[in-house]
Design a protein around this ligand. Sequence first.
Ligand SMILES: Cc1cc2nc3c(=O)[nH]c(=O)nc-3n(C[C@H](O)[C@H](O)[C@H](O)COP(=O)(O)OP(=O)(O)OC[C@H]3O[C@@H](n4cnc5c(N)ncnc54)[C@H](O)[C@@H]3O)c2cc1C
Length: 343
Amino acid sequence: MTVDLAIVGGGPVGLATAIAARLAGLEPVVLESRTGLLDKACGEGLMPGALAVLARLGVDPPGVPLRGFRYADARRSVEHRFPGAPGRGVERIALHRALADRAAGLGVEVRRARVGAIVQDADGVTVGGLRARYAIGADGLHSTVRRAAGLAGGDGGRSRFGLRRHFALAPWTDLVEVHWRDGFELYVTPVREDLVSVAALGERGLDFGGALAAVAEVRDRIGDAAAVDALRGAGPLLQRTVSRVAGRIALVGDAAGYIDALTGEGLAIGLAGAEQVVAAVAAGDLAAYDRRWVRTTRAHRLATQAVLRLATSPARRSVVPLARAVPALFGAVVDVLAKPVAR
Ligand SMILES: Cc1cc2nc3c(=O)[nH]c(=O)nc-3n(C[C@H](O)[C@H](O)[C@H](O)COP(=O)(O)OP(=O)(O)OC[C@H]3O[C@@H](n4cnc5c(N)ncnc54)[C@H](O)[C@@H]3O)c2cc1C
């Protein structure tokens, strides 16, 4: 039997692709190597654009409203609130549960499989023992599908990494807080009425405990609240692609290429890509997805690249002073990142 889509990876973007496919009347199968509720190192802030896609897919994960961003260094801070609807802080396992329930309700099959190879011919693809008209690589930062399809563009050499842990305490903010220090940033996202997510981004070998201890404002708020899980890590973050489509294979989510987590729009771009790739499959024109992805994510990618360039330059210490001195510029960057990716 040949299905329409073999989706490699059952993370948020893979499941969203499967849901969008079912809603379009297509037959998808998801191949995922892990079982249970899938967690991942993530700042867990869903931008308003990500929530908009989830709503269209019929997914409403539980969480805490996010009203904007606050940037701070040791001496000063600046904040900008989203102009429209809020985003939401959502634990990754809660996001996974909501997507998996919706997918199951639509009859999506999720098979346990670790995909190592993928073969395509004129009529379709063979992957994980499955025959499909198209294969979608939704297998994350270190995508096997990206490499197998010849779409990898390298990981950029000296790259950044991310770490994340949860602490059991009531959130003190409705903003994503980004605390800038020499060598790292610390991200605070409220995700439940009794849970705060803390992520750190920096170079390989970053010491999470040391970073947290160095940010007095966050350290003092957390006090003796318990860390409820082990530290999770991800990286290198920078993953380039030469294209998102090769024949009957397309990449979505982090597999499609990733710049950095410092602006928090990864899920918004990935979920938008899920809708776009399904529309292209339904139209029988997979190449149209690549063109659409490039055009519609350009502003988000440029904003992230600009902030990353500053963050990794000698001018890093001027990020917060600059954001404070030119609040319109800071606000414009936040607004771009909050804006839904066009369909
Ligand atoms: C520290 C950090 C903070 C972040 N903060 C935010 C944030 O606040 N907001 C935001 O929107 N984004 C954030 N991001 C980015 C966000 O986490 C990603 O964009 C998102 O997880 C991408 O989802 P995905 O489904 O593409 O990939 P993943 O979530 O990585 O899922 C990929 C899935 O594929 C499976 N898989 C991998 N290889 C195979 C294989 N060979 N066979 C079968 N299955 C396979 C994996 O098990 C996994 O379940 C952050 C990232 C980091 C690292």
